[in-house]
Design a protein around this ligand. Structure first.
Ligand SMILES: *Cc1c(COP(=O)(O)O)cnc(C)c1O
Length: 222
């Protein structure tokens, strides 16, 4: 994809985000477009940065460590979101690089994140991933366990928990999952909702998404 395509795609998706927010009588500023740049090379991401975009998501720690330190040096106001699994032995690698960790989903990870935050002073915002579809192969805390897990992260670990994140099952109506995530966030007093991807971000915004994670609609097919 050339520079112009990426810039045009960004403008188109950003305009759709604003329109969806307005249609839902929401403030467009309250929705962050996280451009998911996984598998895309540094040169491609650079084009989006030059076009003025500053929020990005990656799902692999190792790939992020290869691509992002130089990009963040060049564009220090960039916000980088981890949207894929985090192993506890990688925590020290991610704390200085990611601004938001969207995939907190088990107590061992929460505890070790809290220890590493205290040791390093880096305190990236955290989202708790909820496996709304209860899919065995998918990460995330089960809906029935979500309230207790959120309390443990906030009260026992003192993590800076900002909201919840979900990845609905590919073959189900996503809005049922968006509604479930919104309800779990509401009853736990959390305002952040990371939900919605290329195919369904407008619906997610209608259901209250504060962060939509859009990859292929911006960067093309992977
Ligand atoms: C890849 C990915 C996305 C973006 O998916 P698209 O369909 O390309 O927009 C969003 N969220 C997560 C967790 C992902 O891994």
């Amino acid at each position: 994809m050339n520079d112009q395509d990426i810039e045009n795609n960004l403008r188109t998706v950003q305009a759709a985000v604003v329109q969806a927010a307005k249609d839902a009588a929401r403030d467009p500023e309250a929705v962050t477009l996280v451009a998911v740049s996984k598998t895309k090379p540094t040169e491609t991401i650079h084009k989006a940065l030059l076009a003025g975009h500053r929020s990005f998501g990656e799902n692999r720690v190792q790939e992020s460590l290869e691509k992002w330190p130089a990009l963040k040096d060049a564009f220090p106001d960039t916000q980088l979101h981890l949207i894929g699994p985090l192993q506890t032995n990688k925590i020290k690698d991610v704390l200085g690089l990611f601004d938001v960790i969207q995939t907190v989903d088990r107590i061992k990870l929460a505890t070790k994140l809290a220890d590493a935050m205290a040791a390093t002073g880096h305190r990236p915002d955290c989202f708790i991933q909820v496996n709304t579809g209860e899919e065995p192969q998918k990460a995330g805390v089960l809906p029935a366990d979500a309230d207790a897990f959120i309390r443990a992260c906030v009260d026992d670990c003192a993590l800076p928990v900002r909201g919840l994140m979900c990845i609905p099952p590919a073959d189900e109506e996503p809005v049922l999952h968006f509604a479930l995530l919104r309800e779990i966030a509401r009853r736990n007093g959390l305002s952040g909702l990371s939900m919605g991807m290329s195919d369904d971000f407008e619906a997610a915004i209608r259901f209250g998404a504060t962060h939509v994670r859009v990859g292929s609609a911006i960067f093309g097919a992977r």
